[in-house]
Design a protein around this ligand. Structure first.
Ligand SMILES: Cc1ncc(C[n+]2csc(CCOP(=O)(O)OP(=O)(O)O)c2C)c(N)n1
Length: 708
């Protein structure tokens, strides 16, 4: 095999910023001495192959893995920083435990690339692309993968369930190992699970806290402070197996002895905790009844193995506290202040700089500018983020008014309930989260905000089909989820101007929840309305009206200026598609009106009125059609006595695999071509729901479908 170039990674720990910069230039050193670009990694087909490796081999392998990750993720984008931080940790876990007999659960799962490599998945060329490896654990890919939900803080609940099941099915000797970050540990679910896990001392659950001090940005809050207080004391002696086994042996002897021995046992037990707390504070973990091992250097593979072996020998629930660095070994990541390359796009591996020119203006940046401007004008407006200040665009607001933006940790439920409290206190909270994470806070939105008529605004970024992060990250449920919340107002802006406008309208509502949702990525071109109706609905186009069938057309036939064949209701960023559909329909002699309701909840009256003046209504939405905007409009039409057929065009209630946004939309038929094709059939009466004739029009004749 031709010798391949490889990257030499320079040690970076404890370096100053200046030294770091120098190393950033130096780290990309080409060495052409290896037989294979993958070296030892090539010989690792599964976790068992790690057993035969020496300490030197393991160090070499760790370097190869980092090199592999940088090279590959630079080409595809992905969660580079978190994975560079767990190389030694993942190696140690796979050497000490026996996956898949023992279950390894990665919280969130964005840090599972090393695990993928060690379990036989080495083709990263199409990571996160259609047909390629998922960016998260995936049961379809490997029997070593278990949890693929990618929503943070659920791993410990899974471990609680798995370990309970193991006990009940007579397999209590199998371990469940959880890798959870200090960020995910700020989520309430994690503590609900610990409360349960700690109650049963026989459950073989090893909780590895991967403490790099960061979520995207530094983790904040009391738990983060507590972890920080444990950090300075690396106590190797205490994690040594001999120490623990000696204590266990003494404990057993005394426990099984007579009354005096038992008395001694009790006082020793108290002393042991006391001594340990003095040596290295255990704090709340031991107070919760969990064994605590650590802190251990998370880049010292041997020390990690020792700590994990200690935890394994204990054969009960244990916390192993590992200190790691996000982006370890890669200077561009370590030097990246904002998020240490938590997630990157395509980058130049040498410099870490984006390789692709940044497209146009993003939806997030439009929101970031506008909310900062609103905050300047209104002192009562406050911002809340769940550990994602920059990704959701609250950073400009925070920079200008640091005391009015709160990072509450990965705690969406808390964020929304806390917002109700802030509103009660006279403020107007703006909770900014990714649309997919609203799912976490449904009950709080319903009962804490809506029931109390609290003036709280939710801003949902990354709504609709998002693409490479796959099923867990499409923001496709939000609009259906909020349909049944009494009094809620829902806006879906179609472009930057409407986002600014609707955001301002949202924060003006002080007696009900308001939701503003928008897509991921670059905001499209501005689409000016040809008319704004009295209730705020924008008419974007009237196409082919008055030219229908070469005569007076549908408008004339219905005797009303509003009438046409098809009413296209375009929700949010679907406006470009809707306009293209209307052009295609016009080519087939079908007239249409395109409207953007702007506020889709409550359903504007003019949409119902227009529905009555058309032969069929088609609602286009980038969300699940089951219980979505279209189905809500249909119900409101029925309630108003309007019997026009309505076709809901949106996403199926399915989990959609990763791919580009365009590929996913194509897969589900959400393209102008497919939509127009179906509408033509409905107008011709060959596909349900059939378009009805307008009053004074003859019933449509069926015919063969034209080619579109
Ligand atoms: C419920 C939920 N909210 C937000 C996110 C977005 N998110 C993904 S990773 C991450 C930070 C995780 O930090 P940590 O658990 O410490 O892991 P690290 O990246 O530091 O390894 C966040 C906020 C998520 N996946 N799930």
């Amino acid at each position: 095999m031709r010798p391949g170039p490889s990257l030499r990674l320079l040690p970076l720990r404890g370096k100053s910023a200046g030294e770091g910069c120098r190393e950033a230039l130096e780290w990309f050193v080409h060495v052409s001495s290896k037989e294979s670009p993958l070296g030892i990694l090539e010989s690792v087909e599964g976790p068992r192959d790690l057993a035969r490796l020496s300490a030197e081999d393991l160090a070499e392998l760790a370097g190869e893995i980092r090199e592999f990750l940088i090279r590959n993720v630079a080409q595809t984008g992905g969660h580079l920083g978190p994975n560079l931080g767990v190389v030694e940790l993942t190696l140690a876990i796979h050497r000490v435990f026996d996956s898949p007999r023992d279950s390894i659960v990665f919280d969130t799962g964005h840090q599972s690339y090393v695990h993928k490599l060690l379990t036989g998945r080495k083709d990263f060329s199409s990571l996160r692309k259609e047909g390629g490896l998922s960016g998260y654990p995936s049961r379809a890919e490997s029997e070593h993968d278990i949890v693929e939900s990618s929503h943070a803080s659920s791993s410990l609940s899974w471990a609680d369930g798995i370990s309970r099941a193991r006990q009940l099915t007579g397999e209590g000797d199998r371990y469940t190992v959880v890798v959870i970050g200090d960020g995910a540990l700020t989520g309430g679910m994690a503590w609900e699970a610990i409360n349960n896990i700690a109650a049963d001392k026989r459950r073989r659950v090893v909780i590895v806290v991967n403490d790099n001090g960061r979520s995207y940005a530094p983790t904040v809050g009391g738990i983060a402070d507590h972890l920080a207080s444990l950090r300075p004391t690396i106590d190797r002696v205490r994690t040594a197996p001999a120490y623990e086994s000696l204590l266990e042996l003494a404990k057993r002897r005394l426990k099984e002895g007579g009354p005096v021995a038992q008395l001694v046992y009790k006082s020793l037990h108290a002393t042991k905790k006391g001594i340990k707390d003095w040596w290295a504070p255990q704090g709340m973990f031991e107070d919760l009844g969990l064994k605590y091992v650590g802190p251990v250097d998370g880049h010292d593979e041997r020390a990690l193995e020792e700590a994990l072996a200690t935890a394994k020998n204990y054969a009960g629930p244990v916390i192993v506290h590992a200190l790691t660095e996000k982006g370890h070994g890669y200077a561009p990541a370590r030097n990246h202040e904002a998020d240490q390359f938590h997630a990157v796009g395509v980058i130049d591996p040498e410099t870490g700089e984006p390789a692709e020119p940044g497209g146009g203006t993003s939806w997030t940046s439009v929101f970031a500018d506008e909310i900062a401007a609103i905050a300047d004008e209104r002192e009562d407006v406050v911002g809340i983020t769940g550990a994602m200040l920059i990704p959701v665009g609250l950073h400009k607001f925070a920079a200008r008014h640091p005391d009015r933006v709160f990072d509450v940790g990965i705690a969406e439920q808390h964020a929304v309930a806390s917002a109700a409290g802030l509103a009660f206190g006279g403020l107007h909270p703006v909770v900014a989260v990714y649309a997919t994470f609203l799912n976490r806070a449904y009950d709080q939105l319903l009962m804490d905000v809506a029931l109390h008529r609290a003036g709280v605004t939710l801003v949902l970024d990354r709504a609709g089909v998002t693409g490479p992060d796959g099923a867990s990250h499409h923001g496709q449920w939000d609009m259906a989820l909020v349909q049944s919340i009494p009094g809620l107002h829902l806006a879906a802006p179609r472009d930057a101007t409407r986002l600014r406008e609707e955001l301002r309208e949202a924060v003006a509502v002080d007696d009900a929840p308001t939701v503003v949702r928008f897509s991921k990525g670059t905001v499209g071109p501005e689409t000016e309305a040809i008319e704004r109706l009295a209730d705020g609905v924008d008419v974007l186009a009237r196409v082919g009206q008055g030219t229908h069938d070469g005569d007076e057309g549908a408008a004339g036939a219905a005797g009303t200026a509003d009438a046409a064949d098809v009413l296209l209701v375009s929700v949010g960023a679907m406006s470009e598609t809707a306009l293209e559909v209307s052009r295609r329909l016009a080519q087939q002699g079908i007239s249409s009106t395109v409207v953007d309701p702007r506020w889709v909840l409550p359903v504007p009256h003019s949409v119902i009125r227009l529905a009555a003046a058309h032969r069929i209504v088609v609602c286009l939405e980038d969300g699940v059609r089951t219980g979505g905007v279209g189905s809500r409009i249909r119900q409101e039409m029925r309630a108003a006595g309007v019997d026009t057929a309505l076709n809901e065009v949106g996403l199926p209630a399915e989990f959609l695999d990763h791919g580009t946004r365009g590929q996913v939309l194509e897969r589900v038929g959400l393209t102008p071509r497919q939509i127009a094709h179906d509408i033509v059939a409905q107008v011709l009466g060959t596909k349900v729901p059939f378009a009805r004739p307008l009053p004074g029009q003859p019933a449509p004749t069926t015919g063969s479908l034209p080619q579109l």
